[in-house]
Design a protein around this ligand. Structure first.
Ligand code: ADP
Length: 191
């Protein structure tokens, strides 16, 4: 299996690049943000719970997020591999993902981290908020809170994969196509 963690701060371009990568490598895209938003739209219990955190720019609790992600992985028994987008976002999530994949005799192949500085992220998120309608992208305070949560809770996940020799940083500034090529080169040289 080819299992990629696509990592990076909010607004780094994970969703855009995931869409291109799943097509090229025939992978299943699991975006925890997208799954939460689908649940919010359908007004499920999970959606109601997730919304209370997402609207404040906080992380949804680990046990909820890990359980949901595990269900999604288990649903896709025939997958050739996965792109994990927006997951893992905490050390506990990274450990849970390792265990989940190990039980399937699989593992994470590579973490690709899109690197974009904060000022650019704030600009991109506000711009996205204008046409996406995403409430968490429209308020500068909530955006800043997400960036702070990323710096405090999510950055350690990078060390987790670096310690396993699986971390690769990619410049997330520039043309979408150029960034995509850099991601593909990283994947292809790792095979
Ligand atoms: P972005 O990367 O732009 O912040 P996402 O769509 O990945 O957007 O996530 C939106 C929100 O969903 C996050 O701010 C957070 O509240 C919640 N969320 C997504 N993934 C996770 C996760 N792995 N753990 C906890 N909360 C999550």
């Amino acid at each position: 299996m080819l299992n990629i963690v696509l990592f990076g701060p909010p607004g780094a371009g994970k969703g855009t690049q995931s869409a291109k990568l799943i097509e090229k490598y025939n992978l299943v895209h699991l975006s925890t943000g997208d799954i939460f938003r689908a649940n919010i739209k359908n007004e499920t219990e999970l959606g109601k719970l997730a919304k209370s955190y997402i609207d404040k720019g906080q992380l949804v609790p680990d046990e909820v997020t890990i359980g949901m992600l595990a269900d999604e992985v288990n649903k896709n028994t025939n997958a050739k591999g996965f792109i994990f987008d927006g997951f893992p976002r905490t050390q506990a999530q990274a450990e849970a993902l390792d265990t989940l994949l190990r039980n399937k005799n699989s593992s994470i192949t590579l973490m690709l981290a899109l690197e974009v500085e904060e000022e650019e992220l704030r600009k991109r998120l506000l711009l996205r908020g204008k046409d996406s309608g995403r409430a968490d992208d429209q308020n500068p305070e909530i955006i800043q809170n997400r960036i702070n949560v990323y710096n405090a809770e999510t950055t350690p996940v990078k060390d987790f994969y670096q310690n396993q020799g699986k971390y690769k940083g990619i410049n997330g500034i520039g043309e979408i196509e150029t960034i995509f090529e850099a991601l593909c080169t990283a994947i292809d040289t790792n095979k």
